[in-house]
Design a protein around this ligand. Sequence first.
Ligand SMILES: NC(=O)c1ccc[n+]([C@@H]2O[C@H](COP(=O)([O-])OP(=O)(O)OC[C@H]3O[C@@H](n4cnc5c(N)ncnc54)[C@H](OP(=O)(O)O)[C@@H]3O)[C@@H](O)[C@H]2O)c1
Length: 283
Amino acid sequence: MVGLGTWLIPNDDAKRVCTDALNLGYRHIDTAQIYQNEEGVGNALVSSSIAREDIFITTKMWPGMYGDETFQTFSGAIEACEQSLKLLQLNEIDLYLIHNPFATNSRVELWEAMVELKKQGKVKHIGVSNYNVKHIKEIEDAQIEMPVANQIEIHPYHMIPDALEVYMNNHNILPIAYSTLAPLPNWREGSRWNSKPEAMKNDPSIPFLEVAEKYNVTVAQLLLKWSIQLGYPVLPKSVNYERLKENLDLNFTITGEDMSHLSVSNKAQSLAWQEKFDPLDVD
Ligand SMILES: NC(=O)c1ccc[n+]([C@@H]2O[C@H](COP(=O)([O-])OP(=O)(O)OC[C@H]3O[C@@H](n4cnc5c(N)ncnc54)[C@H](OP(=O)(O)O)[C@@H]3O)[C@@H](O)[C@H]2O)c1
């Protein structure tokens, strides 16, 4: 339920951070072609004494940027996976995802490549990321094998749209949460990928700190546990050893009443993908 996120971890740091995480007990690592750190993740895997079958590796194929003219093709997707396998120094990826629905005119073709990769034994499970109902329905309508997971931004300022949650539930597609820590004031501090509006940094409408203090935990632990209690695995990223440890230490239970206090806001605003741009809204 708690995997290590690696977006914004430079390739040179990835071996150290992943090694620390594995030694602390993390068994799921989330990376992506676009993060450019698969090699560092792979170096940690190779030097670890933990059995390969006890570790779960997720990586993602980048389909192209929204608004671009050219997108990834069937053969390009196969090659992207082969390159990820090489960098990760693996024979098989546990979960391979299409990173987003941006390839507006080749989404089904790319999904066919995912199915082919599974058939070839290069990946164990296939899924999508940032897909809304419309995008997954294209796969259903083409009567192809369905994704097993959809990795999406989930935190109190960006809940799963109800229709998507129902649809995924009905089709046994697991929501995996990312950017769960986005409400933290120091989230992505110092990075250009933090477009959080000032007002949200000290938003009094959700009493994160008060609720966390009740359980004697940090706000980070509260946010992660909130997601897990809703049934969504989390992927907290940290380069800091103490935080890696803290994010795994979630042995408490949030009451139903506090769970609803934290879920009151449904502003559906993507923070991970910059203001006014949410991949779930892509045509
Ligand atoms: N599929 C997608 O499109 C997509 C998009 C975004 C993210 N993801 C995946 O999900 C992962 C998590 O998302 P994210 O990286 O956006 O954000 P996140 O994990 O929710 O938050 C990371 C930020 O929180 C800080 N932090 C971590 N633990 C903390 C703690 N205990 N106390 C205080 N601060 C803490 C980190 O700083 P330090 O590192 O300095 O500790 C960093 O600034 C990514 O790394 C990536 O693997 C996927």
